[in-house]
Every structure is written in C-alpha cells, then in structure tokens.
Design a protein. Structure first.
Length: 134
C-alpha cells in the first residue's frame, strides 16, 4: 500500500491487477478511495459495478483456454472450466469489501492505523486527496 499511495500522491500512474481484476484490485482501489474521504456507499456501489463485466470476462477467459495448445478440451475440462468461471467466482459482493474492512478494524483498529502500519504517510494521503478531489 505504501508504494501505491506514494506513487499516486506524486501524480504517477499505478497499475493494480489480479487474475479477474476484482479481489486485490478492488481492495486496493477501495482502500485508496476511502483513505481520501470517499464515502463507503459510493465505493461499494462502484465495486459492485464490476459484476456487469462478468459475462465478457467469462467469455474472454474461455476463449483463451480454447486457444491453448497444451489443453485438451475434454468434457471434464469444459465442466471444470465452466464451474471455475461461475458468477460466484468471477463476480463481487459487498461482503468481500466488508470482510476486508472488518479484518483491518479488528487487527489495526482503523483504516488510518492500517495505512500507518503499512508505511503510508499522512502527507501522502493528504497529497493524494488533493490530487484526486481537486
């Protein structure tokens, strides 16, 4: 988190990604937004918009698998792949962010304390707030 905040506060771009672009990416984005003062309902609503991309994401992953030369698409592979690409796996729920925030509160006491422990400075948060909300 320290690197994300320091880069963003310096006006530098940050590429945050994970397999489906929702778990680690969603957590990092939600943390940045909350730290600069965006209200939780707005953050969660934006996060839930990721669900609209699930059909396209599923199709893209399935196409990538079909074009791999090292994978024979047996009925078992197709069944397994479809199960792994279900809405529940590729989609997001508000509870995911809620669980992460609850874990932060339980372990660190607050988001500010979590960020401080991660090496994020108040100055970086303030600069980032100015950059994003100006």
């Amino acid at each position: 988190m320290r690197h994300v905040f320091s880069l963003l506060a310096a006006g530098r771009p940050v590429l945050t990604h994970c397999f489906a672009g929702k778990d680690r990416t969603g957590f990092v984005t939600a943390t940045v937004l909350e730290a600069v003062g965006i209200d939780r309902d707005t953050i969660v609503a934006d996060y839930l918009r990721s669900n609209a991309a699930v059909p396209q994401l599923r199709d893209l992953i399935y196409q990538m698998i079909q074009h791999r030369s090292d994978v024979e698409l047996t009925p078992e592979v197709v069944t397994f792949t479809k199960a792994r690409l279900a809405d529940g796996v590729l989609g997001v729920r508000a509870e995911y962010l809620d669980a992460a925030r609850q874990a932060i509160d339980e372990k660190y006491g607050s988001l500010d304390d979590y960020l401080r422990d991660a090496g994020v400075t108040r100055a970086d948060v303030d600069r980032l707030r100015t950059e994003l909300l100006a």
